[in-house]
Design a protein around this ligand. Structure first.
Ligand SMILES: *[C@@H]1O[C@H](CO)[C@@H](O)[C@H](O)[C@H]1NC(C)=O
Ligand SMILES: *[C@@H]1O[C@H](CO)[C@@H](O)[C@H](O)[C@H]1NC(C)=O
Ligand SMILES: [Cu+2]
Length: 155
């Protein structure tokens, strides 16, 4: 009896906790990084971008850069002034607001001719398929017991 109760609580937690994951870091293009002739549309598909997550653009310095643009400039590959470019080769962008975000490379014709452009849709932090609207009491207990580094005690 005691065991099955523990098991049920465990399963509930396993089910709930991933929905309150802390912020995730997305390496754009994974091992390919930010480059030409990569399908960033396919890369972004099915990924769950949420407010608080971070995009990381990795590329050799000078070879590419990153501009945040709007939807029109994304379509046209219109580049903002170079002073607005990110160009460290390891650019981290925290997704601070929900909504659609567009990024292009402004070097040469990488955007126009080599598809170096990324579009994502950022969801509000708590929104995920089937997520509860707010942390449940079980989560709160779980969290505080972990924070105080005590073993897992639920009741
Ligand atoms: C997109 O940004 C450009 C400037 O970079 C601006 O001229 C244009 O009006 C913007 N378009 C929209 C739809 O906001
Ligand atoms: C963007 O492309 C559209 C056609 O797709 C064109 O009408 C518009 O003038 C272009 N805007 C810029 C700023 O190049
Ligand atoms: Cu480029």
């Amino acid at each position: 009896m005691a065991f099955s109760r523990v098991f049920v609580v465990f399963m509930v937690i396993v089910t709930i906790v991933p929905k309150f994951n802390s912020a995730k870091e997305f390496i754009v293009g994974d091992d390919s990084g930010w480059t030409i002739n990569f399908d960033y549309k396919a890369w972004a598909e099915g990924k769950d971008f949420q407010v608080g997550d971070t995009l990381v653009f990795n590329y050799p310095v000078g070879v590419h850069n990153v501009f945040r643009v709007n939807g029109t400039d994304f379509q046209n590959c219109s580049k903002p002034p170079l002073s607005e470019a990110l160009r460290s080769g390891n650019d981290k962008i925290v997704l601070a607001t929900p909504g659609r975000k567009w990024y292009i490379c402004g070097v040469a014709k990488h955007c126009e001719n080599a598809n170096q452009k990324l579009f994502i849709n950022v969801l509000p932090q708590t929104q995920s398929p089937g997520a509860a609207p707010a942390p449940s009491p079980i989560y709160t207990k779980f969290h505080s017991s972990r924070a105080s580094k005590r073993p897992f005690i639920f009741w």
